[in-house]
Design a binder for this molecule. Sequence first.
Ligand code: BYC
Length: 321
Amino acid sequence: MTTAKTTTAETAVEQAEFDRLIESDSRVEPRDWMPEAYRKTLIRQISQHAHSEIIGMQPEGNWITRAPSLKRKAILMAKVQDEAGHGLYLYSAAQTLGIDRETMFEQLITGAAKYSSIFNYTTPTWADMGSIGWLVDGAAICNQVPLCRASYGPYGRAMTRICKEESFHQRQGFEILLELMRGTPAQRAMAQESVNRWYAPALMMFGPPDDDSPNSKQSMAWNIKRFSNDDLRQRFIDMLVPQAEVLGVTLPDPELKWNEARGHYDFGPLNWDEFYEVLAGRGQANAQRVAKRKKAHDDGAWVREAARAYADARMEERLAS
Ligand code: BYC
């Protein structure tokens, strides 16, 4: 009885300290007490983010052997390697919250954890490497720069490093499209066709409209998310329009129009049925993406085993000396 009372009192003190950290816009660190719901939300978001980086290597990996020049191949390989690195920083950040890598992997394979809807679209043309860089990485930067200020320290610090690399990724995609748009009529048509396919799915990366976003309110109250899904989507569209003009591509939305009164571009409705179909596993490439990830994990079992045996042997040596 006394123990229960003490525990309740202790929790109230810990909760007050957590509230103070959030109110003063300070960082919560792994050693700090945190409410279980905060921990769960972070594990959900960070692990889904990590899975997105790792699954996101596949649509571009598809073009490494077919890049049009040695220079393009080297750049694409470096970008895909960066994404592996991002995944690893993020898995490490999630591990500080008490979940292990194997559990996160199981959640990905069984569909218990999501990854970004965008990576369930296929990449049939080279111009898709440009669209992924320009639109997908562009949306990612817009979403992720505010996450550098996320209240959870390891997440915010991982995001700072990731964002630096993402801005290079976005520039290389823009440059691929620019070169194609300065090329032959066939190259220009390929670039436009690709932008037509990626534009709306990239806008949906920000998540459902605010009214249908169950997690936003609490995540914003905890200083994990700093802006709502719709605010970030609007910011991204406002940024894209002048860039599309430089490229000479048309953004595929007849309702896209500057609104002087709002100081923003108005835009047409998005197909949210398609978004929820993709989330339910019925996108163009969901099954193939998860199956490929599982095969890579299974094929890598011997590497994990060897690394573990080596670490054990080193530990034994150290204990014996
Ligand atoms: N795709 O309440 P909401 C990259 C889910 S990788 C799938 O608004 P929240 C790159 C959401 O999880 C960049 N699911 O949620 C890599 C929730 O379901 P659960 C990836 C989505 O968390 C390689 C439900 O819908 N970036 O850049 O407040 C190559 C309701 O949504 C999506 C990140 O992961 C979606 N698009 O906000 C190139 C950023 N949207 O979990 C590039 C970090 C929503 O309750 N994540 N859902 O079952 C976030 O900022 C937030 O989690 C989101 C969603 C904005 C995505």
